[in-house]
Design a protein around this ligand. Structure first.
Ligand SMILES: [Zn+2]
Ligand SMILES: [Zn+2]
Length: 363
C-alpha cells in the first residue's frame, strides 16, 4: 500500500524538522530554526466496557513511502507508524491503522547522546559479565528512539476474603540434648500458632496500571520499565514522532487488562494479609468486584538497541524520561563458577569453624 508520509518542513531552509528532546520543540538540524509544539494537558479516560467484547485486534499493514528528500522508495515494518528514510535519515510519519488509536504521549526528555552514555556506563559496570564484552559491544552503534504503545488501566475494587488469623503462643517442652558429650533433658520454649477463622472486605482504587502493548523489544523489558510516569502525558501530537520510530499495539486491550488485573491481585493480596493481621495469615479465597474500569492508550519513549554476543542477541531499553536502563546480559561462566565455589567454601568454613579452630589449636 502506497502512502504519502507527513513531514514538517523548516520555515527557514525547507529541510525536514525533527523533535528535540532537550528543547521540547521541533528543531532544524541545518539552520537551527525552532518551532513550538502545541500541547494539550487534557487526557481522557475511556470505558473498558465499550471495547471489551469488540474485535479490536491489531491489523498489520504493508506501507510503502517515497522519501520527500532523496526520492527513494522504501517500506515500513509491520505496525510501524513513523521511521527514518533508510538512505538519508529523513523522518516519515504515517497514520495509525489499528482500531484503537493512542490519545496521549509522553514526549522524549533524554537525548540520544545521553542514552548512549548511560548504555556505555552500564556495559562497563556489569557484574560477572565476560571481560571481553566491553570490547565486543559496539557502544557507538546508533540507538533507536521508539514511541511504544502501553495500555493504562484504572479500576476501583472491593474484595471479599476468607482466611485464618494465626496468633503465636509459646509452650515449654522437654528435649533431649547432648551437652559436653552427655545426654541431658532440657526445657525449651517452642512457638506454636493458634488459628482463628476470619473474613472481611478490603477496597483499593487503582490508577494507571500500565501494560506494554508491543513486543518489538522483549515484553519483559518493556513491562519492567512500566511506563510509570503517567503525569507527563500530553495529548497526542504527531510532531513528537519526527525523527523517531513509532509503533502500534500488537497486544490487544482485553489480554492486557487481564494482565493488569493480575498485577492488581498481587496488591490486593497484601491488603488482605494486612487486614487479617495477627502473627501469621492464611488466605482461603478472595473475590474481587471491579468498578469504574477505564483505559487509555498511550505512547511512551524508549531508547533501545540490541547487541550480539557469541551468536545470541541481547536487548536493552532505556526509559526516555528517566534514563533508567533495563537489559538482558550475558554472564561469564568462569566468573559465576568462581563465585559459587567461594560462597560454598565460606559456608563450609562457618559450619566447621569449631573443628577448624580446634585443628589449628591442636597443632
Ligand atoms: Zn532549517
Ligand atoms: Zn531519503
Amino acid at each position: 500500500m502506497r502512502v504519502k508520509p507527513t513531514y514538517y518542513p523548516c520555515p527557514g531552509c525547507g529541510s525536514v524538522m525533527v523533535y528535540s528532546p532537550s528543547k521540547g520543540k521541533l528543531s532544524c538540524q541545518y539552520c537551527g530554526s525552532e518551532e513550538e509544539i502545541e500541547i494539550s494537558k487534557e487526557i481522557k479516560n475511556f470505558d473498558i466496557e465499550e471495547i471489551i467484547s469488540k474485535d479490536v485486534s491489531p491489523r498489520a499493514t504493508q506501507k510503502e513511502v517515497q522519501c520527500p528528500k532523496c526520492g527513494a522508495h522504501y517500506s515500513f515494518e509491520e505496525y510501524q507508524v513513523s521511521t527514518l528514510c533508510k538512505y538519508c535519515q529523513t523522518p516519515a510519519i504515517t497514520d495509525f491503522n489499528n482500531p484503537i488509536k493512542p490519545t496521549a504521549i509522553a514526549p522524549f526528555k533524554i537525548e540520544q547522546k545521553e542514552a548512549h552514555d548511560i548504555f556505555a556506563k552500564w556495559i562497563g559496570s556489569l557484574w560477572l559479565a565476560p571481560n571481553e564484552l566491553k570490547h565486543v559491544v559496539d557502544t557507538k552503534k546508533k540507538l533507536t528512539g521508539f514511541y511504544l504503545p502501553y495500555w493504562l488501566f484504572d479500576a476501583n475494587t472491593k474484595s471479599y476474603y476468607t482466611g485464618e488469623r494465626g496468633e503465636a503462643y509459646y509452650v515449654t517442652v522437654e528435649r533431649r540434648r547432648v551437652i559436653d558429650g552427655k545426654e541431658q533433658i532440657v526445657q525449651e520454649q517452642e512457638r506454636r500458632i493458634r488459628w482463628y477463622p476470619v473474613s472481611g472486605v478490603v477496597s483499593r482504587d487503582f490508577k494507571d496500571v500500565s501494560i506494554s502493548a508491543s513486543e518489538v523489544i522483549p515484553f519483559s523489558l518493556l513491562q519492567s520499565l512500566r511506563a510509570r510516569y503517567s503525569e507527563v502525558l500530553v495529548g497526542l501530537n504527531k510532531k513528537f514522532f519526527s525523527g523517531f520510530d513509532t509503533r502500534e499495539y500488537t497486544i490487544n486491550p482485553q489480554v492486557s487488562y487481564e494482565r493488569a488485573k493480575s498485577l492488581m491481585q498481587d496488591v490486593i493480596r497484601i491488603d488482605v494479609l494486612n487486614d487479617i493481621g495477627g502473627d501469621e495469615q492464611r488466605i482461603h479465597s478472595i473475590d474481587t468486584d471491579y468498578f469504574d474500569e477505564k483505559y487509555k492508550h498511550t505512547l511512551f519513549p524508549i531508547w533501545s538497541t540490541k547487541f550480539k554476543y557469541k551468536g545470541k542477541e541481547y536487548y536493552y531499553a532505556i526509559d526516555g524520561l528517566s534514563g533508567e536502563i533495563v537489559g538482558e546480559r550475558p554472564y561469564s561462566y568462569w566468573k559465576v563458577t568462581l563465585l559459587v565455589i567461594s560462597i560454598v567454601a565460606f559456608i563450609l568454613m562457618i559450619v566447621y569453624w569449631d573443628q577448624i579452630v580446634a585443628y589449628f589449636q591442636g597443632h
